[in-house]
Design a protein around this ligand. Structure first.
Ligand SMILES: [Zn+2]
Length: 217
């Protein structure tokens, strides 16, 4: 159950709004009091609706990220944990995603990654931004850790070969998905930190997970 500050706030305001509406109803005999109470009830109801729509959007992004992870992992019960706004405020790490090395099946993703993933799936496929390309790759990468791969270079190399499947799941055509894959491998992979790249991540190399294919990735 993913409960954040906003969940508590949205629930409290919704309850408060209900009480306010009830007070309007029981005060129908007093016109003065009624107007004041109606304004209070209106403001609270709008605040509650706004808070709930933001909360629901968070859960929708998280669900989409979970489905994207599932494309490249068969681990049961796996899920994405999208960072909330309040968590982002206190998160100074540079990691875009991580999975705890204890056989965890949860991929923790930065708020921006989940937003980019959502935007990619909702119209970004034809001309993805840098953030969207990286978000698709990060999901494929974290899924490898959930699958049990500890080495960063091995996880990254598998992800480089599988990220097109994540892209397709998020609505890309096969051509768009392969294009994203090529762009990532050409423009971003070579510039990663040294523990993320490997000379074996090449056609016929030790990290080639599709040795029968002649094109890499
Ligand atoms: Zn990693």
């Amino acid at each position: 159950m993913d409960i954040g500050v906003l969940t508590v706030f949205a629930t409290a305001v919704a309850a408060w709004a209900l009480v306010a509406v009830y007070r309007v109803i029981i005060r129908l005999d007093d016109p003065h009091e009624r107007v004041f109470r109606a304004v209070v009830a209106g403001v609270l109801s709008i605040t509650a609706l706004a808070a709930w729509s933001v909360e629901v959007a968070h859960h929708q992004r998280q669900q989409l990220a979970t489905e994207a992870l599932g494309v490249v992992s068969d681990v049961k019960g796996l899920s994405a944990d999208c960072e909330r706004f309040t968590e982002e405020l206190f998160n100074l790490s540079q990691y875009q995603g991580y999975v705890y090395y204890d056989g965890s099946n949860v991929a923790h993703l930065r708020r921006k990654v989940c937003h980019n993933l959502w935007d990619y799936a909702h119209g970004g496929q034809a001309n993805p931004s840098e953030g969207q390309i990286l978000a698709v790759q990060i999901v494929a990468h974290e899924a490898q850790h959930i699958n049990g791969t500890r080495s960063e270079s091995a996880a990254e190399c598998s992800a480089v070969q599988l990220n097109y499947l994540v892209a397709e799941k998020l609505g890309a055509t096969p051509e768009q998905a392969r294009d994203l894959q090529r762009r990532y491998f050409k423009d971003y992979y070579p510039h990663l930190a040294s523990d993320y790249i490997s000379g074996a991540c090449t056609e016929g190399g030790a990290l080639d997970i599709f040795p029968d294919r002649t094109e890499f990735p």
